[in-house]
Design a protein around this ligand. Structure first.
Ligand SMILES: Cc1ncc(COP(=O)(O)O)c(C=O)c1O
Length: 462
């Protein structure tokens, strides 16, 4: 069979641990789609398990869609349909999924290839001195171009030490958390709704994560006290509930930071996209001495660009760069030069304007369809960003969320429940579906909304 994959099997729970190990091997890519699995008899004998145990595990993973089986022929790792997104991998792999309406996935179909190529060409023509090891904070040209961009578009007050460039939001969040931990921080408050991968990143820096309640005015920051050292917020457009942090809460969280010496980590992942008015500027401008502003090219350009930026308070800059050194490397210098050229040409602005029009129309369609077709439901949150929240009627019942996502998935449309983003712990049922409007290709979106409406109706009317 020739298949050599490391599988950690617990003797106490052999079936369960084999199932988890195989699922993890598929998620992590150690077992690639299309790989033929060994016969149950051979694997059972390799692992010292009974054949019945292995066959039951194969049947379970086949039923879940991880494996495909043909009677008498064998079992294979199933082909995947959707692109991976951090934090949600385990919940999404289902065969037959054709349209991806998960939150946070941008539309890359209109990626400005010609302008990006021109920027890459300019980067490759940079003087030899620019092609050496990049400055750990980022290449000066990109840092300057980004500083101008975030000051102009998001009102960020660029600190004297300038910006730090990273591989992505998660990279910079991790560096910031490690730097804070080294300075004695122990507890970080994180909005109760968010990506599990971000909570895990914070925890991996040795920090205790405490969940901060979110209501219609955003994170409930007035409960912060001096037991908390930092808070991670999405003030412009709470992810994923979609509400903005209310003005009095923006002031209150800054007052907390000033009173206690705490740090605010501002995740401005989609701040460029607001459709009903001009976007509210970054919270960071209220007090650049206590806020680490974090932006990313993933939503406004494409995740494949793989670049993000932080504007840290000056007294954190040195510690952040020390963590950059310890992390083993910084983003590619050539990629940074290309993004610098792209920004200098204002191609980045043009792309944001183009995407804003695309997303504005998709958001409007979601609102129209829900208003017309789903009485009792509404699209919550701001007209902003790349996703909306479809709130179900109060009487929908606790199982409706899950049932709707299952019904939609069965018809090839992938959406997630709001509850899927909630930190573990006791909480009221959320009863909402998060609908991303970036991941569908043009033409797919309208059909996917029809499927979603029919799925909601089918579940709500029993
Ligand atoms: C809440 C939130 N913050 C930040 C990001 C951006 O992260 P990255 O720069 O790693 O793509 C995302 C992307 O999904 C997000 O949903």
């Amino acid at each position: 069979m020739g298949l050599d994959v490391h599988l950690e099997i617990s003797r106490a729970r052999p079936g369960r641990s084999l199932e988890e190990a195989l699922r993890a091997a598929v998620v992590e890519g150690r077992l690639a789609p299309g790989t033929r699995l060994p016969a149950t008899r051979a694997l059972a004998s390799d692992l010292g398990l009974s054949r019945t145990t292995v066959a039951a595990v194969f049947a379970q993973l086949t039923a879940e869609g991880w494996f495909t089986a043909r009677v008498g022929a064998g079992t294979w790792v199933a082909e995947r349909q959707a692109a991976a997104r951090p934090g949600t991998v385990a919940s999404v792999r289902r065969p037959g999924v054709r349209v991806d309406l998960r939150a946070g996935i941008p539309d890359t179909t209109g990626f400005p290839r010609r302008e990006w190529l021109a920027a890459v060409r300019r980067a490759a023509g940079s003087p030899a001195a620019d092609l050496g090891y990049p400055d750990p904070a980022g290449t000066p040209r990109l840092r300057a171009a980004l500083a101008a961009y975030v000051a102009r578009t998001r009102g960020v007050v660029v600190p004297p030490g300038g910006l730090v460039v990273g591989h992505g939001f998660g990279d910079l969040l991790l560096l910031a958390c490690r730097a804070l931990h080294d300075r004695g921080a122990r507890r970080v408050a994180v909005e109760e709704f968010g990506l599990a991968s971000h909570r895990a990143l914070v925890a991996s820096a040795g920090l205790e994560v405490v969940a901060l309640r979110v209501d219609q005015d955003g994170a409930v920051v007035d409960v912060l006290d001096d037991e908390v050292d930092a808070v991670l917020l999405t003030p412009a457009h709470q992810f994923p509930t979609g509400v903005p942090l209310a003005p009095d809460r923006r002031r209150a969280v800054v007052a907390w930071a000033q009173r206690t010496g705490g740090t605010i980590l501002e995740d401005d992942y989609d701040g460029e996209f607001r459709y009903d008015r001009r976007a509210v500027g970054a919270l960071q401008s209220l007090d650049p001495g206590h806020v680490v502003y974090l932006g990313t090219a993933s939503k406004a350009l494409a995740p494949a660009v793989g670049l993000a930026w932080a504007a840290p308070p000056d007294d954190l800059l040195g510690d952040l760069l020390a963590q950059r050194e310890l992390s083993g490397g910084q983003p590619s210098g050539l990629q940074q030069l290309a993004l610098a050229a792209f920004l200098e040409d204002h191609a980045y602005d043009r792309n944001v304007r183009r995407l804003r029009a695309v997303y504005r129309a998709r958001r409007a369609l979601l609102e129209e369809v829900v208003a017309a077709e789903l009485p009792g439901c509404e699209v919550g949150g701001l007209p902003a960003g790349l996703h909306g929240v479809l709130r179900l009627p109060a009487e929908a019942g606790v199982d409706a969320e899950e049932a709707i996502t299952r019904a939609a998935a069965a018809r090839g449309v992938l959406v997630e429940t709001l509850s899927a983003f909630r930190a573990p712990g006791p909480a009221d049922p959320a009863s909402a579906i998060v609908v991303g409007y970036g991941g569908a290709t043009p033409g797919q979106y309208e059909r996917a909304l029809v499927v979603l409406v029919e799925s909601v109706r089918a579940v709500l009317t029993g």
